[in-house]
Design a protein around this ligand. Structure first.
Ligand SMILES: [Fe+2]
Ligand SMILES: [Fe+2]
Length: 158
């Protein structure tokens, strides 16, 4: 756990995300490993907490419903990327944001603003997909922060 939410932040978090967190599809992300020993579900959960935390702490004024929904679904690609393209997973970094966006629309019919933030979260790897909204920028930065932390500090023991 990287971020600790205040009781008020936790209440907002639960109110906005409970409907999504109660679905089987979102819980399917528990089956896949994201970094080290962390599941994709736990990664997205931590990124969502971090987005809310930074938005409040730095008074960024992002729409919290858009931000939280995009954060919990930003890696909703639903496959094990370690197995993709016969273990090479060269393309995962480039294609998974669009795959996650499509799954988010298909299963939850999310708004355009949520889709845009999911789609651009891998910038600058996807060089042309520059975030265009406040929510997109916050998600893009917090995802990198959390991914770095998980990769360095949550490694599998050899
Ligand atoms: Fe991602
Ligand atoms: Fe991510």
């Amino acid at each position: 756990m990287i971020f600790k939410l205040t009781p008020e932040e936790q209440q907002t978090f639960d109110e906005i995300l409970r409907p999504l967190l109660n679905t089987k599809k979102v819980n399917d992300m528990k089956k896949f490993i994201q970094h080290g020993t962390i599941s994709t579900y736990d990664h997205c959960y931590e990124v969502a907490k971090g987005c809310l935390h930074f938005n409040r702490k730095y008074k960024m004024g992002a729409d919290e419903a858009v931000l939280l929904k995009a954060a919990i679904l930003h890696d909703f690609y639903l496959y094990d990327w370690h197995d993709a393209d016969r273990g090479k997973h060269n393309w995962h970094g480039y294609i998974h944001a669009e795959r996650a966006r499509r799954n988010a629309v298909r299963h939850f019919d999310v708004e355009d603003e949520v889709q845009m933030a999911i789609y651009s979260h891998m910038w600058p790897l996807n060089l042309t997909r520059v975030p265009r909204t406040k929510e997109g920028w916050i998600l893009c930065m917090v995802d990198k922060y959390v991914s770095f932390y998980e990769t360095v500090f949550c490694r599998k023991s050899e």
